[in-house]
Design a binder for this molecule. Structure first.
Ligand SMILES: *Cc1c(COP(=O)(O)O)cnc(C)c1O
Length: 244
């Protein structure tokens, strides 16, 4: 469907305003938690969003974007303006899709098995690179959700750290949907504790730099609980339209 130019102009304006509001909220949360603004990464989750809208957010200062489906990333790839912006992969990734994105992203946030780690490493080596990854933790221990169970994280990290071709830069989590802010904070705090525990252990190919958690409804809480990367979609781009 062709979008009218008025509609597009309106959309870009709202993205500009939302971008400013989110930036301000992130700054305040940084201040409250005794950190500097530069210590927290604002990544925009761009699923279903047109590249021209994404590029407008980049023109406002956005420096990180993340897609969560390989197919969508590929279909949009030529149209992102990535000169000043990093593209990352944030969704559940099937091993057979790794090949398609390995040369296009700077970080894969959602590695949760040795099998997937091996395939990422294998493809990275074919491209003569080391791929940075985060390990996704299923912090709510939800069935049918991706991520390694918290009690299996140590073992997984041990195995992954022996694989050549990948480097673990930190952890990522998507907590369960919670009614109350206090409930979700509990999960954020659990994640932060795990992150700090692992930071204290030295391991090859592992460096706990990034703790990626917090989305549109709770990114400020996540920062207060120790996140240093938040992934924000609908608060920036508006409600998603999956029908297109
Ligand atoms: C869509 C998505 C987000 C952002 O969700 P919003 O609630 O729209 O901010 C964050 N992380 C992942 C992995 C996503 O797929």
């Amino acid at each position: 469907m062709e979008r009218s130019s008025d509609e597009l102009r309106e959309k870009l304006r709202s993205v500009e305003e939302n971008y400013r509001i989110i930036e301000e909220n992130i700054s305040k949360a940084c201040e409250k938690s005794g950190r500097e603004r530069k210590d927290v990464i604002f990544l925009a989750a761009t699923k279903t969003v047109d590249p021209e809208v994404i590029n407008h957010a980049i023109s406002q200062g956005l420096r990180f974007i993340g897609e969560n489906r390989a197919q969508e990333l590929l279909s949009k790839y030529d149209r992102y303006d990535l000169e000043n912006c990093e593209l990352q992969f944030i969704g559940h990734l099937q091993s057979n899709k790794v090949r398609q994105i390995i040369d296009k992203v700077s970080l894969i946030q959602s590695v949760d098995s040795v099998k997937l780690a091996n395939e990422v490493a294998r493809q990275a080596k074919l491209h003569n690179k080391t791929m940075d990854i985060l390990v996704e933790v299923n912090i709510g221990r939800e069935e049918n959700k991706s991520g390694v169970m918290p009690e299996q994280l140590d073992e997984l990290l041990g195995k992954i750290s022996e694989i050549d071709g990948i480097f673990v830069k930190g952890l990522m989590a998507i907590p369960p949907i919670c009614e109350k802010k206090s409930e979700i904070c509990k999960y954020f705090e659990d994640m932060h504790k795990i992150f700090i525990d692992i930071s204290g252990k030295k391991s090859d190919n592992v460096s706990m730099d990034i703790l990626s958690m917090g989305m549109s409804d709770d990114y400020e809480e996540a920062i207060l609980c120790g996140a240093n990367m938040v992934r924000v979609g609908s608060s920036l781009f508006g409600k998603r339209n999956y029908a297109k």
